[in-house]
Write a new protein. Structure first.
Length: 406
């Protein structure tokens, strides 16, 4: 009977997620907020709490985080990361200062303590690569001059996670200064070693993993990733970082083939992860933190726009392109939830999970809107301030999505 109930519950969840994904796709929305809402509906205090399948969903959620970071690593080669780090590290420092500080300050003002401050700093710092990439494609901006700047900021954020996640893992586990320092040293040594090996022997590794049979390629890559993630977690480095480093080590045709094969699995288990996070958030706990979440969302939306504007100006992009770059970076999503999930699992602060859920829900909806309308609104305001006729300004929403690549 237990197995039957588990299959019924899990099958219903997967079917429901598929229908929600189709609904989001029809209206060109990110499905992330719908997945979170589904988790809220099926969790404690929701409309229909689950029983038999929760442990199974927890395991699927762990695999979802691992696949999210693996696929992220597959997007980059070691040489890409090194070149981006050298060329754009000032933009990464500005991004961290403008967007991590508000989260840390909010946690301290709410009286949550320094550990929660470090966690909430990460939640407000990291943009959603998945949502932003989809929005850029939908708006036809992949070839715009500001797009490499946007991608560079995202790459630096992703690379920073290799250092940040082990720190958070050690902090939420209650590790002391010595244990935390050892964990960070191990993470940095592992990341450095993987980058060195990938630069020098990436082709050798890829040839070893490569296979003309999609089934064998899938099994080897997936097995290697989960194995390394498990070893990393055993060393308190974070399973997500281990998966990210595996993705970086693979390159060329192997990375392309693995990306194609694993994309459906990533989407499935990532959706399960968002549901799992929602399951552990009581819907009744969200209204008390809704105003702080809204205020934090508005502040960090403005700081992300400022980050993109500054980075694009530094790269010599035109004023319109600067505003487009800033507006595109606003969305938060999967990695903000991953970071908050570490704190929720450790029981650091009961209100942190609800605030992070509300925060992500707000910005995952607001992000595509700022990407579309920041530049035309800025153009309209500039013309009005200068006394020109705003009706003659070339800043319509449609132009913002498909305009020339200036």
């Amino acid at each position: 009977m237990h197995s039957a109930v588990l299959l019924i519950e899990f099958g219903s969840i997967i079917l429901g997620l598929g229908l929600l994904g189709r609904f989001a796709g029809r209206y060109r929305l990110s499905p992330i907020p719908l997945y979170l809402l589904a988790g809220l509906a099926f969790g404690e205090g929701g409309l229909l709490p689950l029983g038999a399948s929760e442990e199974f969903i927890a395991t699927g959620a762990e695999i979802g985080v691992i696949l999210l970071l693996l696929m992220l690593g597959l997007e980059y080669t070691a040489s890409d990361l090194v070149s981006n780090l050298k060329a754009h590290y000032p933009s990464g420092l500005v991004d961290c200062a403008l967007n991590a500080v508000p989260g840390a300050a909010a946690a301290l003002l709410l009286g949550w303590g320094p550990v929660a401050a470090v966690v909430l700093a990460g939640v407000t710092w990291i943009s959603s690569s998945g949502v932003i990439a989809k929005v850029l494609g939908d708006l036809g901006r992949v070839g715009n001059r500001e797009t490499p700047v946007i991608l560079s900021v995202l790459v630096l954020e992703d690379l920073a996670m290799a250092v940040y996640l082990p720190i958070v893992t050690a902090l939420v586990a209650g590790a002391g200064l010595l244990a935390g320092s050892v964990t960070l040293a191990v993470a940095l040594a592992a990341a450095g070693a993987v980058l060195f090996v990938a630069l020098r022997y990436g082709r050798v590794i890829s040839r070893f993993v490569s296979s003309d049979d999609p089934e064998k390629l899938l099994l080897v890559v997936l097995g290697l990733t989960i194995l390394v993630a498990g070893v990393a977690q055993q060393l308190q480095v974070s399973a997500a970082v281990g998966a990210f480093l595996v993705g970086i080590a693979l390159s060329g045709e192997v990375a392309e083939g693995a990306h194609t094969l694993l994309s459906p699995l990533r989407d499935l288990f990532a959706a399960v992860f968002f549901v799992f996070f929602g399951l552990h958030t009581d819907p009744a706990s969200i209204p008390p933190v809704l105003l702080p979440a809204l205020a934090l969302a508005l502040v960090t939306a403005a700081t992300k726009i400022a980050t993109g504007y500054w980075a694009a100006r530094r790269a010599g992009i035109s004023v319109k392109g600067r505003w487009r770059a800033g507006g595109a970076l606003v969305a938060r999503g999967e990695f903000s939830i991953v970071i908050a999930g570490l704190a929720v699992s450790a029981g650091i602060e009961p209100s942190l999970g609800p605030l992070a859920t509300a925060y992500v829900l707000i910005l995952v909806v607001l992000g595509p809107l700022t990407a579309r309308y920041t530049e035309p609104l800025a153009t309209w305001w500039s013309h009005r301030r200068d006394g020109d006729d705003p009706a003659n300004a070339s800043g319509t929403p449609q132009a913002a999505g498909t305009s020339a690549r200036d």
